[in-house]
Structures are given as structure tokens and as C-alpha cells.
Design a protein around this ligand. Structure first.
Ligand SMILES: Nc1ncnc2c1ncn2[C@@H]1O[C@H](COP(=O)(O)OP(=O)(O)OP(=O)(O)O)[C@@H](O)[C@H]1O
Length: 603
């Protein structure tokens, strides 16, 4: 009941007395009076009731009078009720749903009534009318997000549903969606050989942790523990920092990687392992400086697995999300240290002393951060202050071992409208903390073959600013790297001629613009043998009756964005396709994400 009062009070607060909705109720009341009068007079006149969203088609809204006035002529206009976030405002969401299905209500109160029973909430009224089923809207929402959102975003949505959505049966939702919620961790154990239950437990702990941090107002975490059927809070808290890779897999992986280390890589790993395990008073801050491809990520992974295998608590991170996924259990540095976005010299970490996140950081022995040159010097200071405060220690970074790495030739801190010297000024190298770092350099490019070393060196000289520029600020590329005929023939010609299509997966053509990629793709697909299968995207909107915006077919077909397959997707059996996410095929249409098994070669 209180929720309803709130909805009505909200409407009143926003000056909605005499609003379009209240006037709609009045219009219906007038129609009902007329219907009753007709009945008493024995008059056989049909009174037509309209849904709220149909009102603009048949009535004109006169704002001054706060009144719907019947149109003399019906016109083609589209009425819609603005959308409501079903997690944040569940009662408004159900009110909206009722308005889509009840066309003769004369008040909020009447919307609550069904079959002679007045229900306490709009949600219950929807349930009674069969418009919502036990948690059906949460199931729909989660199913949709399983197809379109990352597992991390889905875990956030799931937590919000638990906190704000009052689902009837949270445990059932968890059982239904736990595999989707754990999708990234399941993928990871697929590579590292961990156990499925560890991935699921890890997801469970993350959700427990989110609930613990976010379920502050009104509901205490224990409420969710009981409702959700989770293990008790102590169990959850005690295990929050244990990542899901079991130590055995880390020991094996650590040994494997260590055996492959070459030259300088081995020295760096040994130095860092020694600093962590021997508790000596030597340096605890390291910077691994190396151009792209010199094996920095390889080194982080080796250190991570060896230390995890020895029960050390190691956190991997990178400045950008895309680089963080290359690291075991990688997060962004912003997430790990609660840095604000955007990061400014005034920013402080949003991790509060005494909070659970602070306690988790206190337990970490080693922080590994890739792409560190993107972190501005004041970001490094914020991390230093946070770790000193958490550890109540005077040493840099609270005495934790911190391993930064990256390449100063690559992206530097992003500073809007900064000139060169301003950019350099915010670089890590200008930080007072820089002097504490022991710098090691990797130089051998592990990606190139012997015959490509000249080109690798050329790239390094570009990065170091040693290649001369012409008047236009351009550099001259070596003749042997410039395409002279057709780039498809040059890269894939022999595979096409020999029909060795499998070998095509070892080569790639990169282009700066998607339109060039599409052109090259189309030409290449045309040159592949076999029957072409064409899939079209959906060109109509599901559940139009729910008041979805109306779009023309032409518009829907023209949507061409990076996250979605193109409207016309051509596939051939011999084609190599890289799927970012998974798609759902229905008959001959393709949409969003889901599961896919196609009779074509995939990489
Ligand atoms: N010792 C090694 N043995 C075998 N392969 C290695 C070794 N070191 C690096 N590699 C391989 O070389 C490639 C480049 O290494 P890595 O990705 O670690 O470089 P990076 O310095 O992190 O590059 P970038 O800066 O571009 O991210 C990877 O495929 C990696 O697996």
C-alpha cells in the first residue's frame, strides 16, 4: 500500500494533479456516467473506451484546461507512455503495464481492482490479471541481458533486481541464470582447467559482495542471505579474496610459463619473486618497460601463477578494460583502487577506510598493473595514499609489492586539450614516487620471426621518434611493406589458389575504418567457393502492444553498429568467422547474442 501512496504522491508532487493521466481517468468516468444514463434510458449506444496510449489519436490534450477534448477527426499519431526502469521503480512499471491492458479505469484505485478484489499494489494487480507472472519480468529482463550484456553487467543487474525488485523467489532466479552470470569465469576455467563449481562459487561470492556493499537502505545483507539461500555472511566475507583458480592449476601453469621465459624475462621474474617471497628490505616497486610484443603480459602471467601457487594474494589490472581481460582475474585499475572516472588531480579514491573493499586490498600482497603509462602521476599518488592509509604504513604503497608495466611509446595519460609538455608533465615519470621504482627493460620482440626483425626495429624507431617526417608530418614506409597490387591477392592469394582455406586463419588484414573492412570482407567472401547463405536481421519489433517505439523497416535495416551483426549477413562454409559474443539464429533471421552452431569454420 505504501508503494501506491508513493506513486500517487510522486504524481502529485510533480504537479500531475490534472495530469494527462488523471484527466484520462476523468474522461473514462464521464463515459461510464453516459453508459449508465444510456442503460437507464434504454438507449443502445456503444461507448468506446480507449487505452491511455491511444488517447492522442482520438483526443486532443488542452494543457491550459488540463483536459482531453475529443477530436472531430481521428488522426494518425503514435501515443506512448514513457518507459520506466523496472528495477528502480517497480510499482510505476506495473502501473504502466496496467495502463496498457485496462482501458476503462476511472482512478488509480480502480486499476488495483480485479474480480471484485482490491489489491494492495500495482504489481499484485498485474499478477492477478495474469499480466505478470511470478518473477516473470525479472526472468524476461535477465534473459534479455544474457543475450546482450557482459556477464559483469549482468551481475550488476542481478544485484539490482535483488535489492530493488523484490523478486518472489530470488533463489530460483539464481539457479536459472547462474551459468550466464558466471559465463566469463566459466570461459576462463575452460582455458586454465579449473572446476565449474569454483567458477559458480566465485560468481556467487561476487554477488554476495555486491549485495553487502550496496544493500544498505532498509534491507540488511542478512535478509538477502536468508532470502537468497546463500551461505552465511561470514562464509562469504572470509572467502571474498580467494579467486577461483585453484592453487594446483596455478602451480602447474606457473611452472609451464617459467620454463618458457627467455633472457631478461627470467631475470625480471626472479627479481620480483625474490622481493615478494624473501621479505627483504630491497625494492618493492618495479616497472617493466618494454615495447609491444616483448612479453610483458607473459611475465605478469608467470608471476601471477607462481605466486598464486604459493598462496600469495595477487591482483592483476590494466588501465583499460580491454587489456585487463588478457590478465588472470584482471580488472581495471579504476575498479581495483576506486579511482574516479574521469580521473583528475583532485580525485580521491572512493574506497572508504574500514569498508570491505579496503579490507580486501589490505590482504593483497602484489599488485600487477599493465598499461601503467596511461595512469597520470596524480593517479599513482592516489593509489599510494590509499594503500598507505589502508595499511597504516609510511612506506610507498603501504609496503605492498607493486609491479607496473607498459610502453611509454604507446598511449600516455589522456588529458583533454593538453599540449605535448602538459602531457609529459602528468606522466608517471614526473611523479615523486617514480624514484622508488626499479626499472627493467624488455627489448626482444617475441611476436616477430627472424626475417621480420628489420620491420620490428623500424617500428621501434617510429616509436622513439627517430624516423624523419616529411613536410606533411608523414613518414616514408619501406617499399617492401606497401601493397602494390590487390591486397587480398597478396595476403590470401596462395591460400585461395591452393584451396588451403584453413591457413587463412593465420593471416589478417587490418584496416582503420569499418567500411574498408566490410569492402574487403565482401570481396573475399565472393572469392570463396561454396554456397552462400544469407541471414537477415529482424526487421520488426517484438511486443509492439507493449508500447514499443515504432520504427520503419528501412530504419531497422539500416542499423549498422559495431556490437550487432549487419542487417545482411553473408556466410559460406569455407569462411573464417570470428564471433564477438554469440548470436541467436531464428529461422533465417539473426539477432543479438545467444548460442550458435553453424556449419562454417570458426576461429
Ligand atoms: N618466453 C616466451 N615464450 C613463448 N612465447 C612468448 C614468450 N614471451 C612472450 N611470448 C609470446 O609473445 C607474444 C607477445 O607477448 P606479450 O603479449 O606478453 O607481449 P606484450 O609486451 O604484453 O605486448 P603488448 O605491449 O603489445 O601487449 C604473445 O603471443 C606471447 O605469448
Amino acid at each position: 500500500m505504501s508503494d501506491i501512496v508513493n506513486v500517487q504522491e510522486d504524481l502529485a508532487d510533480t504537479g500531475i494533479k490534472g495530469s494527462t493521466l488523471e484527466s484520462y481517468f476523468k474522461t473514462n468516468a464521464t463515459k461510464k456516467q453516459k453508459e449508465e444514463a444510456n442503460r437507464l434510458a434504454g438507449k443502445d449506444e456503444e461507448i468506446i473506451y480507449h487505452f491511455y496510449w491511444q488517447m492522442p489519436e482520438h483526443f486532443k490534450w488542452i494543457g491550459r484546461q488540463s483536459e482531453w477534448v475529443e477530436r472531430l477527426r481521428q488522426i494518425n499519431v503514435i501515443g506512448r507512455i514513457h518507459s520506466v526502469n523496472f528495477v528502480a521503480q517497480p510499482e510505476l512499471y506495473h502501473l504502466r503495464m496496467l495502463l496498457y491492458h485496462v482501458n476503462d479505469a476511472t482512478s488509480f484505485d480502480e486499476l488495483l481492482k480485479f474480480n471484485g478484489i482490491r489489491h494492495a499494489t500495482f504489481k499484485q494487480a498485474c499478477l492477478a490479471r495474469g499480466l505478470a507472472y511470478d518473477d516473470q519480468q525479472w526472468i524476461d529482463g535477465l534473459q534479455e541481458s544474457a543475450m546482450s550484456k557482459t556477464p559483469r553487467a549482468m551481475r550488476t543487474l542481478f544485484t539490482q533486481i535483488l535489492i530493488f525488485g523484490s523478486p518472489e523467489n530470488p533463489k530460483r532466479l539464481w539457479e536459472m541464470f547462474k551459468a550466464d552470470l558466471a559465463e566469463d569465469f566459466l570461459l576462463e576455467i575452460g582455458h586454465t582447467g579449473g572446476r565449474v563449481e569454483d567458477a559458480i562459487n566465485h560468481t556467487y561470492r561476487i554477488i554476495a559482495s555486491k549485495l553487502n556493499t550496496e544493500a544498505t537502505e532498509g534491507r540488511d545483507f542478512q535478509y538477502w542471505v536468508n532470502t537468497f539461500g546463500m551461505d552465511n555472511i561470514d562464509f562469504v566475507n572470509n572467502h571474498l579474496n580467494v579467486d577461483m583458480l585453484n592453487n594446483d592449476s596455478s602451480i602447474l601453469e606457473g611452472e609451464r610459463l617459467y620454463g618458457l621465459l627467455k633472457g631478461k624475462q627470467l631475470d625480471i621474474v626472479n627479481t620480483i619473486l625474490d622481493a615478494v617471497t624473501s621479505h627483504n628490505s630491497g625494492p618493492r616497486c618495479f616497472f617493466i618497460d618494454g615495447p609491444g610484443g616483448t612479453g610483458k603480459t607473459f611475465v605478469y602471467k608467470t608471476i601471477y601463477h607462481i605466486l598464486r601457487g604459493r598462496n600469495f594474494n595477487v591482483k592483476c589490472m590494466a588501465f583499460t578494460g580491454i587489456a585487463s581481460i588478457l590478465l588472470p582475474n584482471g580488472r581495471t585499475s579504476h575498479k581495483t583502487f576506486g579511482l574516479s572516472v574521469p580521473l583528475t588531480p583532485e580525485s580521491v579514491s572512493n574506497i572508504k577506510l574500514g569498508s570491505m573493499k579496503a579490507a580486501q586490498l589490505a590482504e593483497v600482497d602484489v599488485f600487477l598493473m599493465d598499461e601503467a603509462p596511461m595512469l597520470p602521476k596524480y593517479g599513482l599518488s592516489t593509489i599510494d595514499q590509499l594503500l598507505r592509509a589502508i595499511g597504516n604504513a609510511k612506506e610507498p604503497f603501504g609496503g605492498k609489492t607493486i609491479v607496473l608495466g607498459g610502453d611509454f611509446r604507446q598511449c600516455l595519460p589522456i588529458q583533454p586539450r593538453a599540449n605535448r609538455s602538459e602531457l609529459l608533465d602528468v606522466s608517471l615519470k614526473k611523479s615523486d614516487l617514480w624514484r622508488h621504482f626499479k626499472i627493467s627493460r624488455l627489448t626482444r620482440n617475441m611476436r616477430v620471426d627472424e626475417e621480420e626483425t628489420d620491420f620490428a626495429e623500424f617500428l621501434l624507431r617510429i616509436g622513439d621518434g627517430e624516423v624523419p617526417l616529411n613536410d606533411m608530418g608523414e613518414i616514408a614506409l619501406p617499399q617492401d611493406v606497401i601493397s602494390k597490387t590487390n591486397i587480398i591477392d597478396e595476403v590470401y592469394g596462395d591460400c585461395l589458389a591452393d584451396k588451403s582455406y584453413e591457413n587463412m586463419k593465420d593471416r589478417a588484414i587490418l584496416a582503420p575504418l569499418n567500411k574498408d573492412v566490410n569492402l574487403i570482407n565482401c570481396e573475399l567472401i565472393d572469392r570463396l567457393p561454396g554456397e552462400e547463405k544469407v541471414y537477415f536481421s529482424f526487421d520488426s519489433i517484438k511486443d509492439m502492444s507493449e508500447g514499443t517505439l515504432q520504427f520503419t523497416t528501412e530504419f531497422l535495416n539500416s542499423i549498422d553498429i559495431a556490437d550487432l551483426p549487419p542487417h545482411k549477413l553473408k556466410l559460406k562454409k569455407t569462411q573464417l568467422s570470428c564471433y564477438l559474443g554469440t548470436w541467436m539464429f531464428q529461422k533465417d533471421s539473426v539477432m543479438g547474442r545467444g548460442s550458435l552452431s553453424l556449419n562454417c569454420v570458426t576461429t
